[in-house]
Design a protein around this ligand. Sequence first.
Ligand SMILES: N[C@@H](CCC(=O)N[C@@H](CS)C(=O)NCC(=O)O)C(=O)O
Length: 203
Amino acid sequence: MNSNLNDATRHVTLFHSPQTRSGGVLALLEELGADYELHVLNQKKNEQRGAAYLAINPMGKVPAIMHNGALVTEQSAVYLYLADLYPEAGISPQMGDALRGPYLRWLAFYGSCFEPAFVDKALKREPGSPGMMPYGTVDDVWNTVTGQLAKGDYMLGSQFSALDMLWGSSLNWMTKFGLAPETPLVRAYIDRVIQPSVLCAGR
Ligand SMILES: N[C@@H](CCC(=O)N[C@@H](CS)C(=O)NCC(=O)O)C(=O)O
């Protein structure tokens, strides 16, 4: 169990590039008070596609974390892993908590529905039939997310969690680049949850 992990075994390395998706993970590490080191990859110099990093993560993407010799990639898995590694921070509903299921749902929804839908939209891809698309339609995805946001201050209603650091930082860059609509509901949510992330966004 996590409670048996001492600080040395909780040490993680974050593979990070400034102004990318890994900025949200950096904010999460700060929020958790985690013991971490940064391995910065300069994407302007394409370092993420160099042989050294490809030997670590063959996808050449950040964020990625290394913990006790194991690599974790994909934002949803990384947020889940880190928040579980620091349960005392209280931002990761644990098994047995009624919010654990919704917590996992919205983590997975992010990677399997939200990002693919909005990237397809940004690239103006011809929509497939909703039954064939893993996310249905972009409108379904957006209405489902905003319907959830309308229920409370946070993705889990009244409880702040690591989910909000993922969704907040993502909605922040997506609205900034015009990839997702900046409705008053969405803007208010970003402003409510993003403060710690903003501090790290430029690093
Ligand atoms: N599916 C990945 C996406 C990660 C991703 O696309 N990262 C971008 C930075 S925002 C990247 O590293 N791109 C560099 C490249 O592909 O060369 C995740 O959820 O973590």
